[in-house]
Design a protein around this ligand. Structure first.
Ligand SMILES: Cc1cc2nc3c(=O)[nH]c(=O)nc-3n(C[C@H](O)[C@H](O)[C@H](O)COP(=O)(O)OP(=O)(O)OC[C@H]3O[C@@H](n4cnc5c(N)ncnc54)[C@H](O)[C@@H]3O)c2cc1C
Length: 412
């Protein structure tokens, strides 16, 4: 049985590792010739860390990233709304890991090179198109994206489109879909060398409509007694400003957002100071796509951002791609029939991830900050006068259940 995995991002590499582990000849095709550690921070929730542990990646991840031990949410006045333990401190058997996205991708690529034959990893191969052959298999054609040169055709028993938010596979299924949906907010992202805050391993969210999310993500820096702090500043802009096609590597300008954070100097964190310590800033419009009615056509299906791109809230972008890969492999093990397994994979994952896409549109678990700011615009003496404890707990618990990372489900 031979699988064509399109995309060597987080979702594609984990899929290839999962399929290889169950004896499938998995070929990965990555557009980029030389995978470099691009991007900034990403959070891996305990249920997906469990999957990565099963693939033998845990020690590498812990050598790179930070096991987050707390989530803390504050208003734009610096008032605490919610804190909760995270990862092992919260009773999970697996940590939550904050990690540099590019370092994670490179580590997974290394693992794939160790576990798969080299001849099955095809970098510099951009999927051009694919078709179902007369015997019901898949034939895919590739080009070198830099030169446009044809690289030939490869056939397989099934194909997984893990080719990200601009998926060629998805576009073949839904040619009229158009660009991703923008909600009018821009995210400026970067990482700064600075001392960590609060517990030293806190994932911190400040502000409800105008927000600042930040966490340390480098074990190397922590070991030196310092920190590499990932941060993302986000607010809604005048839509007439338009937006360019999202590009993870487009540079942003300090003057477009720093003035909005001028007075965000709190005893637990000086936000402007942290922003000013960054060497470069990247700008990204907050986009997703509508959930799809169907992921699988014949022997081709979608996975990760190709299937369900979502706002980067609630630490779910990479985590859900990894869970997709696990679900697909498990369906193949259980059913031993690729058509039935693709159907089960889709029925298990499509609605669940659609719910997260839609829930993230209304704010993810960080929504409690906006509630506090709206209910008490002048601040509060006690958060429980503004949002009762039970309501705070319910919101946190419901999101965990929705994204399937409540302690009971993960440890089961
Ligand atoms: C360069 C980059 C930087 C990112 N930085 C961040 C970040 O800082 N923070 C964050 O939260 N999320 C970031 N993301 C998104 C994040 O990685 C995803 O949301 C999540 O990990 C899901 O992964 P995925 O594998 O489904 O998609 P992606 O990570 O987008 O991976 C898709 C892969 O497919 C490849 N590809 C695309 N088209 C083709 C094709 N036609 N043929 C072959 N290969 C193709 C791409 O080069 C890419 O490697 C970034 C994505 C990219 C590509």
């Amino acid at each position: 049985m031979k699988a064509l995995v399109i995309g060597g991002g987080i979702g594609g590499l984990v899929t290839a590792l999962e399929l290889n582990k169950i004896g499938i000849e998995a070929h990965v095709f990555e557009s980029v010739a030389d995978v470099k550690p691009l991007g900034v921070g990403i959070n891996l929730l305990p249920h997906c860390v469990r999957c990565l542990d099963h693939l033998g990646a845990l020690d590498r991840l812990l050598a790179l990233g930070i096991p987050t031990d707390e989530q803390a949410l504050y208003t734009n006045r610096g008032q605490k709304v919610w804190t909760e333990p995270r990862g092992v401190k919260a009773g999970y058997q697996w940590p939550q890991i904050a990690i540099h996205r590019g370092e994670l991708q490179v580590a997974l690529m290394e693992l794939a090179r160790e576990q798969l034959p080299h001849s099955q990893i095809h970098t510099g191969h951009h999927l051009q198109d694919f078709r179902t052959t007369s015997d019901g298999r898949i034939a895919a054609r590739f080009i070198d994206r830099r030169t446009g040169a044809a690289l030939g055709e490869m056939d397989g028993d099934f194909l997984i489109g893990a080719d990200g938010i601009h998926s060629v596979v998805r576009a073949a299924f839904y040619p009229g879909e158009g660009p991703p949906r923008w909600n009018g907010a821009i995210i400026w992202r970067s990482a700064s060398y600075a001392k960590p805050f609060l517990t030293g391993r806190t994932q911190l969210g400040i502000g409800g409509r105008q927000t600042f999310i930040t966490y340390p993500m480098s074990k190397r820096e922590e070991d030196k007694g310092s920190g590499l702090i990932n941060w993302a500043a986000r607010f809604f802009v005048d839509p007439s400003k338009g937006f360019a096609r999202e590009d993870w590597n487009r540079e942003g300008r300090l003057e477009d957002f720093l003035p909005r954070y001028d007075n965000w100097r709190f005893e637990f964190l000086d936000v402007p100071d942290l922003i000013l310590k960054a060497e470069k800033v990247w700008e990204f419009p907050m986009v997703d796509r509508d959930p799809l009615p169907r992921w699988t056509y014949g022997r081709a299906t979608l996975l990760g951002d190709a299937a369900h791109p979502m706002y980067p809230l609630g630490s779910n972008g990479a985590s859900q791609a990894i869970l997709d890969a696990r679900a697909l492999a498990q369906a193949i093990i259980d059913l031993n029939d690729i058509d039935a397994a693709l159907a089960r994979y889709e029925s298990e994952r499509r609605t669940r991830t659609a719910d997260i896409v839609l829930r993230n549109r209304s704010g993810g678990p960080e929504v409690v900050i906006r509630m506090a700011e709206e209910r008490a615009p002048e601040g509060f003496a006690d958060i429980e006068d503004v949002i009762p404890r039970e309501e705070l707990e319910r919101i946190s618990r419901t999101y965990k259940e929705l994204a399937k990372f409540d302690v009971e489900s993960v440890n089961a």
